[in-house]
Design a protein around this ligand. Structure first.
Ligand SMILES: Nc1ncnc2c1ncn2[C@@H]1O[C@H](COP(=O)(O)OP(=O)(O)O)[C@@H](O)[C@H]1O
Ligand SMILES: CC(=O)N[C@@H](CCC(=O)OP(=O)(O)O)C(=O)O
Length: 296
């Protein structure tokens, strides 16, 4: 007689079958936020999940942030941190700090993937001219070297995927003069997902999902329609670091990304639970009902 616990393991694998079929060969953009890079163990678990997605036949791309780590180094340099509408005010010294810190975070993630036996290539948005930007103004205010993405050249990403590399991207772009600009990682992930016509964009953050009351963890919504999301932004319910996420989710959905999910990257293996089970964790930002999507 086979032990019940082994049968349960087999059932979990069988449950994953329709999802593996659905996402086979599909591009999945995973935005890994600095807030969810709490410790090395958790980072390893997130990377394990992405590697697994790749090994079962999906085409994942990681776009990562590192906002908390940048703030730590800005502070060490004796400078004040200021955010406007969720975006860092970035002077000349801060863009240099951001480049160094994000580059370091990037190579740590690359190393984590490599140790699992999968080839990874860490690049910035400057590589291959991927992310071209113009200076961004927020309500007319100059916030320094912050880039507004004008175009995405996906060639380098396609080339890397073709050669079986897992691309890991950090959000620094450049303008026509070759100057480096800091880009919010949520915006970079959304622009890349849109340009690649990704099947899914998954945001891993430090919150269970979108809350109806920012202070109440039990107020997380499992499905949020675009119109509702726009209303919550207007009402000020969505603020801080959630603002660029939602604004960019809305853009990406309007521009053809099929599925967007905001989930808690602090929960071990949240990506696997989302992709391979019918539990559906976090908040799905949607334009149509889940039922219609799965029946397509
Ligand atoms: N309505 C809301 N629901 C959930 N989180 C919100 C909301 N409004 C603001 N937030 C904030 O947004 C944060 C996530 O954004 P951020 O700190 O930039 O994370 P990341 O590093 O993953 O991009 C949450 O920790 C939370 O404090
Ligand atoms: C312009 C701008 O705000 N850039 C971000 C880039 C990093 C980022 O977005 O990191 P998270 O995803 O961890 O928040 C910053 O400097 O913090």
């Amino acid at each position: 007689m086979v032990d019940q616990k082994y049968l349960e393991k087999a059932e979990v694998l069988i449950e994953a079958l329709p999802y593996i079929r659905r996402f086979h060969d599909k591009i999945i953009v995973v935005k890994y936020g600095g807030s969810a890079m709490i410790d090395e163990e958790l980072k390893r678990e997130v990377i394990q999940d992405v590697v697994l997605l790749k090994l079962v036949g999906f085409r994942p791309i990681i776009v990562h942030g590192g906002g908390k780590e940048i703030s730590r180094w800005v502070d060490k340099a004796g400078k004040e941190t200021e955010f406007v509408g969720g975006l860092r005010v970035t002077d000349k010294e801060t863009i240099e700090i951001a480049q160094m810190v994000l580059g370091k975070v990037n190579k740590d993630l690359v190393a984590n993937v490599q140790t699992l036996g999968v080839q990874a290539a860490g690049i910035s948005g400057m590589d291959g001219g991927m992310l071209k930007v113009e200076k961004k103004y927020v309500d007319g205010r100059d916030i320094g070297y912050v880039g507004d993405i004008k175009s995405v050249d996906t060639k380098i990403l396609h080339d890397l995927m073709e050669q079986d590399f897992l691309p890991i991207v950090y959000p620094i772009g450049m303008d026509d003069n070759g100057d480096a600009y800091n880009i919010n990682a949520d915006e970079a992930a959304s622009a890349i997902a849109t340009a690649l016509k990704a099947e899914k964009l998954a945001y891993l953050s430090d919150v269970e999902g979108v809350r109806l009351d920012p202070e109440d963890p039990s107020s997380v919504i499992s499905e949020l329609y675009v119109e509702e999301a726009e209303k919550l932004v207007e009402e000020g319910v969505i603020k801080g670091g959630m603002l660029p996420k939602i604004r960019n989710c809305i853009e990406a959905l309007k521009d053809g990304v099929s599925r967007i999910h905001i989930m808690d990257g602090r929960i071990p293996h949240s990506l696997l639970l989302e992709f391979f089970t019918n539990k559906g964790i976090g908040t799905a930002i949607i334009q149509e009902s889940e039922e219609k999507y799965w029946n397509e």
